[in-house]
Ligand binder design. Structure first.
Ligand code: GTP
Ligand code: MG
Length: 440
Protein backbone atom coordinates (compact mmCIF):
# COMPACT_ATOMS: atom_id res chain seq x y z
CA UNK A 1 0.00 0.00 0.00
CA UNK A 2 1.33 3.46 -0.92
CA UNK A 3 2.13 5.94 1.87
CA UNK A 4 -0.61 8.36 0.78
CA UNK A 5 -3.21 5.57 0.96
CA UNK A 6 -1.98 4.74 4.43
CA UNK A 7 -2.37 8.37 5.49
CA UNK A 8 -5.89 8.56 4.04
CA UNK A 9 -6.75 5.30 5.75
CA UNK A 10 -5.51 6.46 9.15
CA UNK A 11 -7.13 9.90 8.74
CA UNK A 12 -10.43 8.27 7.94
CA UNK A 13 -10.33 6.15 11.14
CA UNK A 14 -13.39 7.10 13.25
CA UNK A 15 -13.06 8.14 16.90
CA UNK A 16 -14.11 5.25 19.23
CA UNK A 17 -17.44 5.87 20.94
CA UNK A 18 -18.14 4.99 24.56
CA UNK A 19 -21.07 2.64 25.04
CA UNK A 20 -22.60 1.27 28.22
CA UNK A 21 -23.25 -2.45 28.58
CA UNK A 22 -26.68 -3.85 29.33
CA UNK A 23 -25.34 -6.56 31.66
CA UNK A 24 -22.23 -8.56 32.68
CA UNK A 25 -20.26 -9.64 29.62
CA UNK A 26 -17.14 -11.05 31.26
CA UNK A 27 -14.11 -9.30 29.76
CA UNK A 28 -13.43 -7.82 33.18
CA UNK A 29 -11.76 -11.17 33.85
CA UNK A 30 -8.98 -10.36 31.36
CA UNK A 31 -6.47 -9.31 34.07
CA UNK A 32 -7.17 -12.55 35.95
CA UNK A 33 -6.67 -14.53 32.74
CA UNK A 34 -3.38 -12.72 32.25
CA UNK A 35 -2.26 -13.49 35.81
CA UNK A 36 -3.27 -17.12 35.48
CA UNK A 37 -1.39 -17.48 32.18
CA UNK A 38 1.74 -15.82 33.58
CA UNK A 39 1.67 -17.97 36.70
CA UNK A 40 1.39 -21.13 34.61
CA UNK A 41 4.23 -20.00 32.39
CA UNK A 42 6.48 -19.07 35.31
CA UNK A 43 8.87 -16.14 35.56
CA UNK A 44 12.52 -15.62 35.03
CA UNK A 45 14.68 -13.06 36.78
CA UNK A 46 18.35 -12.53 36.18
CA UNK A 47 20.66 -10.67 38.55
CA UNK A 48 24.19 -9.62 37.73
CA UNK A 49 26.46 -9.11 40.75
CA UNK A 50 29.42 -6.83 40.13
CA UNK A 51 31.87 -6.11 42.91
CA UNK A 52 35.35 -7.00 44.02
CA UNK A 53 36.20 -10.49 45.23
CA UNK A 54 34.97 -11.20 48.77
CA UNK A 55 32.81 -8.07 49.01
CA UNK A 56 29.82 -10.15 50.16
CA UNK A 57 27.94 -10.87 46.91
CA UNK A 58 27.06 -14.50 47.61
CA UNK A 59 26.13 -13.80 51.22
CA UNK A 60 23.75 -11.03 50.13
CA UNK A 61 22.10 -13.27 47.52
CA UNK A 62 21.61 -15.99 50.13
CA UNK A 63 20.17 -13.44 52.53
CA UNK A 64 17.87 -11.91 49.90
CA UNK A 65 16.34 -15.19 48.79
CA UNK A 66 16.55 -16.81 52.22
CA UNK A 67 18.29 -19.88 50.91
CA UNK A 68 21.77 -21.18 50.28
CA UNK A 69 22.91 -21.06 46.67
CA UNK A 70 25.85 -23.31 45.96
CA UNK A 71 28.62 -20.91 45.11
CA UNK A 72 32.31 -21.36 45.31
CA UNK A 73 34.65 -18.63 46.47
CA UNK A 74 36.43 -16.80 43.70
CA UNK A 75 40.20 -16.75 43.55
CA UNK A 76 42.14 -13.49 43.52
CA UNK A 77 44.32 -14.89 40.75
CA UNK A 78 41.88 -15.03 37.86
CA UNK A 79 43.54 -13.99 34.59
CA UNK A 80 40.60 -11.86 33.52
CA UNK A 81 37.02 -11.10 34.47
CA UNK A 82 34.85 -14.18 33.89
CA UNK A 83 31.07 -14.22 33.97
CA UNK A 84 29.66 -17.19 35.87
CA UNK A 85 25.89 -17.66 35.52
CA UNK A 86 24.04 -20.10 37.75
CA UNK A 87 20.35 -20.82 37.38
CA UNK A 88 18.04 -22.04 40.14
CA UNK A 89 14.37 -23.00 40.16
CA UNK A 90 12.61 -21.42 43.12
CA UNK A 91 9.01 -21.64 44.19
CA UNK A 92 6.99 -19.46 46.51
CA UNK A 93 3.28 -20.30 46.93
CA UNK A 94 2.31 -21.33 43.39
CA UNK A 95 4.75 -18.99 41.65
CA UNK A 96 7.73 -20.53 39.89
CA UNK A 97 10.81 -18.37 39.49
CA UNK A 98 13.76 -19.29 37.34
CA UNK A 99 16.45 -17.22 38.99
CA UNK A 100 19.84 -16.72 37.37
CA UNK A 101 22.63 -15.15 39.40
CA UNK A 102 25.61 -14.07 37.33
CA UNK A 103 28.86 -13.38 39.15
CA UNK A 104 31.52 -11.21 37.53
CA UNK A 105 34.36 -13.32 38.90
CA UNK A 106 37.68 -11.56 39.30
CA UNK A 107 36.31 -8.06 38.81
CA UNK A 108 38.25 -5.24 40.47
CA UNK A 109 41.06 -7.49 41.64
CA UNK A 110 43.91 -6.30 39.53
CA UNK A 111 44.60 -3.91 36.70
CA UNK A 112 43.70 -5.02 33.20
CA UNK A 113 40.47 -6.42 34.54
CA UNK A 114 38.03 -4.07 32.96
CA UNK A 115 34.31 -4.07 32.30
CA UNK A 116 34.51 -5.37 28.70
CA UNK A 117 33.64 -9.01 29.51
CA UNK A 118 30.60 -7.79 31.48
CA UNK A 119 29.38 -5.60 28.60
CA UNK A 120 29.99 -8.47 26.16
CA UNK A 121 28.03 -10.87 28.34
CA UNK A 122 25.02 -8.52 28.56
CA UNK A 123 25.13 -7.95 24.78
CA UNK A 124 25.38 -11.68 24.13
CA UNK A 125 22.13 -12.28 26.06
CA UNK A 126 20.40 -9.52 24.03
CA UNK A 127 21.78 -11.05 20.84
CA UNK A 128 20.41 -14.50 21.75
CA UNK A 129 16.99 -13.01 22.32
CA UNK A 130 17.14 -11.03 19.06
CA UNK A 131 18.16 -14.16 17.14
CA UNK A 132 15.19 -15.99 18.61
CA UNK A 133 12.90 -13.11 17.64
CA UNK A 134 14.23 -13.08 14.07
CA UNK A 135 13.73 -16.82 13.57
CA UNK A 136 10.95 -17.90 11.24
CA UNK A 137 9.79 -20.43 13.82
CA UNK A 138 10.09 -18.49 17.05
CA UNK A 139 9.51 -20.06 20.42
CA UNK A 140 9.57 -17.01 22.65
CA UNK A 141 6.81 -18.50 24.79
CA UNK A 142 9.05 -21.12 26.38
CA UNK A 143 12.33 -19.34 25.63
CA UNK A 144 14.65 -19.12 28.63
CA UNK A 145 15.22 -15.39 28.75
CA UNK A 146 18.75 -14.79 30.01
CA UNK A 147 18.78 -11.01 29.58
CA UNK A 148 20.08 -9.29 32.71
CA UNK A 149 17.24 -7.55 34.53
CA UNK A 150 19.28 -5.86 37.21
CA UNK A 151 22.91 -5.24 38.04
CA UNK A 152 23.63 -5.00 41.75
CA UNK A 153 26.78 -2.91 41.87
CA UNK A 154 28.63 -3.58 45.15
CA UNK A 155 30.54 -0.50 46.31
CA UNK A 156 33.41 -1.07 48.72
CA UNK A 157 32.69 0.70 52.04
CA UNK A 158 35.75 2.93 51.98
CA UNK A 159 33.97 6.07 53.20
CA UNK A 160 36.00 8.04 50.68
CA UNK A 161 34.86 8.29 47.09
CA UNK A 162 34.06 5.91 44.28
CA UNK A 163 37.00 4.29 42.54
CA UNK A 164 37.49 5.33 38.93
CA UNK A 165 36.93 1.68 37.95
CA UNK A 166 33.47 1.88 39.54
CA UNK A 167 32.58 5.04 37.65
CA UNK A 168 33.91 3.79 34.33
CA UNK A 169 32.14 0.43 34.71
CA UNK A 170 28.80 1.91 35.72
CA UNK A 171 29.02 4.43 32.87
CA UNK A 172 29.61 1.62 30.37
CA UNK A 173 26.75 -0.45 31.78
CA UNK A 174 24.08 2.16 32.37
CA UNK A 175 22.62 2.07 28.85
CA UNK A 176 22.50 -1.73 28.88
CA UNK A 177 21.17 -2.70 32.27
CA UNK A 178 19.27 -1.38 35.30
CA UNK A 179 21.94 -0.53 37.86
CA UNK A 180 21.19 -0.50 41.58
CA UNK A 181 24.27 0.64 43.50
CA UNK A 182 24.68 -0.78 47.01
CA UNK A 183 27.24 -0.16 49.68
CA UNK A 184 28.39 -3.61 50.76
CA UNK A 185 29.41 -4.62 54.29
CA UNK A 186 27.77 -1.46 55.60
CA UNK A 187 28.41 -2.64 59.19
CA UNK A 188 32.07 -1.72 58.70
CA UNK A 189 31.37 1.99 58.37
CA UNK A 190 30.02 4.35 61.04
CA UNK A 191 26.58 5.96 60.77
CA UNK A 192 27.81 9.52 60.20
CA UNK A 193 30.45 8.39 57.71
CA UNK A 194 27.85 6.33 55.89
CA UNK A 195 25.58 9.33 55.49
CA UNK A 196 28.40 11.44 54.02
CA UNK A 197 29.54 8.52 51.86
CA UNK A 198 26.07 8.12 50.33
CA UNK A 199 25.87 11.83 49.47
CA UNK A 200 29.34 11.72 47.96
CA UNK A 201 28.56 8.66 45.84
CA UNK A 202 25.35 10.16 44.47
CA UNK A 203 27.17 13.42 43.71
CA UNK A 204 29.89 11.58 41.83
CA UNK A 205 27.38 9.51 39.87
CA UNK A 206 25.48 12.64 38.84
CA UNK A 207 28.59 14.62 37.93
CA UNK A 208 29.87 11.75 35.81
CA UNK A 209 26.52 11.31 34.06
CA UNK A 210 25.95 7.76 35.32
CA UNK A 211 22.29 6.82 35.00
CA UNK A 212 21.29 4.45 37.76
CA UNK A 213 17.91 2.73 37.92
CA UNK A 214 15.19 4.95 39.37
CA UNK A 215 12.28 3.21 41.05
CA UNK A 216 9.26 4.20 38.94
CA UNK A 217 6.89 6.83 40.23
CA UNK A 218 4.29 6.67 37.48
CA UNK A 219 2.22 3.91 39.09
CA UNK A 220 0.13 5.50 41.81
CA UNK A 221 0.08 2.39 43.95
CA UNK A 222 3.86 2.49 44.46
CA UNK A 223 4.76 6.06 43.50
CA UNK A 224 5.12 7.28 47.05
CA UNK A 225 7.25 4.47 48.41
CA UNK A 226 9.40 4.44 45.29
CA UNK A 227 10.00 8.19 45.49
CA UNK A 228 11.07 7.84 49.14
CA UNK A 229 13.37 4.92 48.30
CA UNK A 230 14.99 6.76 45.40
CA UNK A 231 16.23 9.26 47.99
CA UNK A 232 17.84 6.43 50.00
CA UNK A 233 20.08 5.22 47.20
CA UNK A 234 22.68 3.75 47.33
CA UNK A 235 21.40 1.20 49.81
CA UNK A 236 23.84 0.31 52.56
CA UNK A 237 23.44 -3.42 53.11
CA UNK A 238 24.63 -6.12 55.45
CA UNK A 239 24.39 -9.77 54.55
CA UNK A 240 24.28 -12.78 56.83
CA UNK A 241 22.61 -16.15 56.93
CA UNK A 242 23.57 -16.66 60.56
CA UNK A 243 20.68 -16.58 63.02
CA UNK A 244 21.12 -14.87 66.37
CA UNK A 245 18.69 -14.72 69.28
CA UNK A 246 17.56 -11.17 69.92
CA UNK A 247 15.05 -10.95 72.75
CA UNK A 248 13.05 -14.10 72.26
CA UNK A 249 13.27 -14.05 68.47
CA UNK A 250 15.79 -15.62 66.12
CA UNK A 251 16.90 -13.05 63.58
CA UNK A 252 19.48 -12.99 60.81
CA UNK A 253 22.38 -10.96 62.07
CA UNK A 254 26.12 -10.57 62.36
CA UNK A 255 27.33 -10.94 65.88
CA UNK A 256 30.35 -8.97 67.09
CA UNK A 257 32.01 -8.79 70.52
CA UNK A 258 30.44 -5.37 71.02
CA UNK A 259 26.96 -6.11 69.68
CA UNK A 260 24.71 -7.54 67.02
CA UNK A 261 24.01 -6.09 63.57
CA UNK A 262 20.54 -7.18 62.55
CA UNK A 263 20.14 -7.59 58.81
CA UNK A 264 16.43 -6.84 58.79
CA UNK A 265 16.54 -3.95 61.24
CA UNK A 266 16.10 -0.73 59.28
CA UNK A 267 18.02 1.18 61.93
CA UNK A 268 21.03 -1.02 61.28
CA UNK A 269 21.08 -1.17 57.48
CA UNK A 270 19.04 -0.83 54.25
CA UNK A 271 18.71 -4.56 53.56
CA UNK A 272 14.91 -4.50 53.95
CA UNK A 273 14.66 -1.49 51.64
CA UNK A 274 16.69 -3.32 49.01
CA UNK A 275 14.59 -6.49 49.28
CA UNK A 276 11.40 -4.43 49.14
CA UNK A 277 12.47 -2.49 46.08
CA UNK A 278 14.21 -5.28 44.21
CA UNK A 279 11.83 -8.16 44.81
CA UNK A 280 8.55 -7.13 46.35
CA UNK A 281 7.74 -3.90 44.50
CA UNK A 282 9.78 -3.46 41.34
CA UNK A 283 10.76 -6.88 40.04
CA UNK A 284 8.26 -6.64 37.17
CA UNK A 285 9.32 -3.08 36.37
CA UNK A 286 12.95 -4.21 36.18
CA UNK A 287 11.93 -6.96 33.74
CA UNK A 288 9.83 -4.51 31.78
CA UNK A 289 12.55 -1.83 31.63
CA UNK A 290 15.02 -4.43 30.45
CA UNK A 291 12.74 -5.34 27.55
CA UNK A 292 11.35 -1.95 26.60
CA UNK A 293 14.41 0.23 27.22
CA UNK A 294 17.68 -1.65 27.19
CA UNK A 295 16.82 -4.47 24.80
CA UNK A 296 14.94 -2.05 22.55
CA UNK A 297 18.05 0.14 22.30
CA UNK A 298 20.25 -2.89 21.51
CA UNK A 299 17.75 -4.16 18.93
CA UNK A 300 17.41 -0.76 17.25
CA UNK A 301 21.18 -0.25 16.98
CA UNK A 302 21.67 -3.79 15.72
CA UNK A 303 18.95 -3.58 13.07
CA UNK A 304 20.16 -0.16 11.95
CA UNK A 305 23.65 -1.58 11.71
CA UNK A 306 22.19 -4.29 9.46
CA UNK A 307 20.66 -1.59 7.24
CA UNK A 308 17.06 -1.69 8.44
CA UNK A 309 15.22 1.54 9.12
CA UNK A 310 11.65 2.62 9.72
CA UNK A 311 11.60 5.52 7.25
CA UNK A 312 13.75 6.93 4.49
CA UNK A 313 15.13 10.49 4.43
CA UNK A 314 11.72 11.95 3.50
CA UNK A 315 10.03 10.25 6.46
CA UNK A 316 8.31 7.76 4.18
CA UNK A 317 7.72 4.52 6.03
CA UNK A 318 9.97 1.76 4.84
CA UNK A 319 8.57 -1.72 4.64
CA UNK A 320 10.63 -4.75 5.60
CA UNK A 321 10.17 -6.03 2.05
CA UNK A 322 11.65 -2.82 0.56
CA UNK A 323 14.56 -2.87 3.00
CA UNK A 324 15.18 -6.50 2.15
CA UNK A 325 15.08 -5.76 -1.61
CA UNK A 326 17.39 -2.77 -1.20
CA UNK A 327 19.81 -4.85 0.90
CA UNK A 328 19.64 -7.68 -1.61
CA UNK A 329 20.44 -5.31 -4.49
CA UNK A 330 23.28 -3.78 -2.48
CA UNK A 331 24.57 -7.25 -1.73
CA UNK A 332 24.38 -8.36 -5.39
CA UNK A 333 26.24 -5.24 -6.55
CA UNK A 334 28.86 -5.85 -3.89
CA UNK A 335 29.07 -9.49 -4.96
CA UNK A 336 29.54 -8.51 -8.60
CA UNK A 337 32.19 -5.99 -7.62
CA UNK A 338 33.99 -8.64 -5.59
CA UNK A 339 33.68 -11.13 -8.48
CA UNK A 340 35.12 -8.62 -10.96
CA UNK A 341 37.90 -7.81 -8.49
CA UNK A 342 38.69 -11.52 -8.12
CA UNK A 343 38.64 -12.06 -11.90
CA UNK A 344 40.98 -9.11 -12.42
CA UNK A 345 43.22 -10.42 -9.69
CA UNK A 346 43.27 -13.84 -11.34
CA UNK A 347 44.12 -12.39 -14.79
CA UNK A 348 46.91 -10.31 -13.27
CA UNK A 349 48.23 -13.34 -11.43
CA UNK A 350 48.23 -15.42 -14.63
CA UNK A 351 50.04 -12.62 -16.49
CA UNK A 352 52.56 -12.31 -13.75
CA UNK A 353 53.16 -16.07 -13.69
CA UNK A 354 53.49 -16.12 -17.49
CA UNK A 355 56.08 -13.38 -17.37
CA UNK A 356 57.92 -15.16 -14.61
CA UNK A 357 57.91 -18.39 -16.61
CA UNK A 358 59.20 -16.63 -19.71
CA UNK A 359 61.95 -15.00 -17.72
CA UNK A 360 62.87 -18.40 -16.24
CA UNK A 361 62.90 -19.94 -19.73
CA UNK A 362 65.15 -17.20 -21.03
CA UNK A 363 67.51 -17.66 -18.10
CA UNK A 364 67.57 -21.41 -18.68
CA UNK A 365 68.28 -20.94 -22.37
CA UNK A 366 71.13 -18.57 -21.61
CA UNK A 367 72.50 -21.04 -19.11
CA UNK A 368 72.27 -23.82 -21.65
CA UNK A 369 74.06 -21.76 -24.31
CA UNK A 370 76.77 -20.84 -21.85
CA UNK A 371 77.28 -24.47 -20.86
CA UNK A 372 77.30 -25.48 -24.49
CA UNK A 373 80.02 -22.95 -25.22
CA UNK A 374 82.07 -24.20 -22.27
CA UNK A 375 81.58 -27.77 -23.43
CA UNK A 376 82.71 -26.99 -26.99
CA UNK A 377 85.74 -25.15 -25.71
CA UNK A 378 86.62 -28.10 -23.49
CA UNK A 379 86.12 -30.49 -26.38
CA UNK A 380 88.34 -28.41 -28.61
CA UNK A 381 91.06 -28.35 -25.97
CA UNK A 382 90.84 -32.11 -25.47
CA UNK A 383 91.00 -32.65 -29.24
CA UNK A 384 94.09 -30.46 -29.42
CA UNK A 385 95.68 -32.34 -26.57
CA UNK A 386 94.88 -35.63 -28.28
CA UNK A 387 96.49 -34.44 -31.51
CA UNK A 388 99.57 -33.27 -29.65
CA UNK A 389 99.77 -36.57 -27.90
CA UNK A 390 99.42 -38.45 -31.18
CA UNK A 391 102.17 -36.38 -32.71
CA UNK A 392 104.35 -37.01 -29.68
CA UNK A 393 103.59 -40.73 -29.88
CA UNK A 394 104.49 -40.80 -33.60
CA UNK A 395 107.67 -38.89 -32.99
CA UNK A 396 108.49 -41.23 -30.15
CA UNK A 397 107.81 -44.26 -32.32
CA UNK A 398 110.02 -42.84 -35.06
CA UNK A 399 112.77 -42.14 -32.60
CA UNK A 400 112.36 -45.61 -31.14
CA UNK A 401 112.60 -47.25 -34.60
CA UNK A 402 115.72 -45.24 -35.38
CA UNK A 403 117.24 -46.22 -32.05
CA UNK A 404 116.36 -49.89 -32.65
CA UNK A 405 117.92 -49.76 -36.12
CA UNK A 406 121.03 -48.22 -34.71
CA UNK A 407 121.12 -50.78 -31.96
CA UNK A 408 120.79 -53.60 -34.53
CA UNK A 409 123.60 -52.16 -36.61
CA UNK A 410 125.69 -51.82 -33.52
CA UNK A 411 125.00 -55.45 -32.53
CA UNK A 412 125.84 -56.67 -35.98
CA UNK A 413 129.06 -54.82 -35.93
CA UNK A 414 129.89 -56.23 -32.54
CA UNK A 415 129.22 -59.81 -33.67
CA UNK A 416 131.33 -59.39 -36.86
CA UNK A 417 134.48 -58.42 -35.04
CA UNK A 418 135.29 -61.65 -33.01
CA UNK A 419 134.43 -63.91 -36.02
CA UNK A 420 136.90 -62.07 -38.18
CA UNK A 421 139.52 -62.47 -35.50
CA UNK A 422 138.81 -66.25 -35.23
CA UNK A 423 139.00 -66.64 -39.04
CA UNK A 424 142.24 -64.98 -39.08
CA UNK A 425 143.47 -67.28 -36.32
CA UNK A 426 142.14 -70.44 -38.04
CA UNK A 427 143.53 -69.36 -41.34
CA UNK A 428 146.69 -69.12 -39.62
CA UNK A 429 146.41 -72.64 -38.03
CA UNK A 430 145.02 -74.51 -41.12
CA UNK A 431 141.55 -75.04 -39.75
CA UNK A 432 140.09 -72.29 -41.85
CA UNK A 433 138.97 -74.76 -44.60
CA UNK A 434 136.93 -76.83 -42.19
CA UNK A 435 135.18 -74.05 -40.19
CA UNK A 436 134.20 -71.07 -42.18
CA UNK A 437 131.42 -68.67 -41.10
CA UNK A 438 129.91 -66.25 -43.50
CA UNK A 439 128.55 -63.13 -42.09
CA UNK A 440 126.10 -61.40 -44.38
P1 GTP B 1 33.58 -14.08 45.96
O1 GTP B 1 32.41 -14.78 45.34
O2 GTP B 1 34.66 -15.01 46.37
O3 GTP B 1 34.06 -12.94 45.16
O4 GTP B 1 33.09 -13.43 47.33
P2 GTP B 1 31.70 -12.77 47.63
O5 GTP B 1 31.70 -11.39 47.12
O6 GTP B 1 30.62 -13.67 47.19
O7 GTP B 1 31.74 -12.67 49.22
P3 GTP B 1 31.13 -13.70 50.24
O8 GTP B 1 29.66 -13.56 50.31
O9 GTP B 1 31.68 -15.04 49.99
O10 GTP B 1 31.70 -13.10 51.60
C1 GTP B 1 33.07 -12.97 51.85
C2 GTP B 1 33.27 -12.72 53.34
O11 GTP B 1 32.65 -11.52 53.71
C3 GTP B 1 32.66 -13.80 54.21
O12 GTP B 1 33.53 -14.04 55.29
C4 GTP B 1 31.37 -13.18 54.71
O13 GTP B 1 30.99 -13.68 55.98
C5 GTP B 1 31.76 -11.72 54.80
N1 GTP B 1 30.59 -10.87 54.65
C6 GTP B 1 29.60 -11.03 53.79
N2 GTP B 1 28.71 -10.05 53.93
C7 GTP B 1 29.17 -9.24 54.92
C8 GTP B 1 28.69 -8.05 55.53
O14 GTP B 1 27.65 -7.51 55.21
N3 GTP B 1 29.44 -7.50 56.52
C9 GTP B 1 30.61 -8.05 56.90
N4 GTP B 1 31.29 -7.45 57.87
N5 GTP B 1 31.09 -9.15 56.36
C10 GTP B 1 30.38 -9.76 55.38
MG1 MG C 1 30.66 -15.34 45.85
Amino acid sequence: MAATDLERFSNAEPEPRSLSLGGHVGFDSLPDQLVSKSVTQGFSFNILCVGETGIGKSTLMNTLFNTTFETEEASHHEECVRLRPQTYDLQESNVQLKLTIVDAVGFGDQINKDERPIVDYIDAQFENYLQEELKIRRSLFDYHDTRIHVCLYFITPTGHSLKSLDLVTMKKLDSKVNIIPIIAKADTISKSELHKFKIKIMGELVSNGVQIYQFPTDDEAVAEINAVMNAHLPFAVVGSTEEVKVGNKLVRARQYPWGVVQVENENHCDFVKLREMLIRVNMEDLREQTHSRHYELYRRCKLEEMGFQDSDGDSQPFSLQETYEAKRKEFLIELQRKEEEMRQMFVNKVKETELELKEKERELHEKFEHLKRIHQEEKRKVEEKRRELEEETNAFNRRKAAVEALQAQALHATLQQPLRKDKDKKKASGWSSIYSVTIP
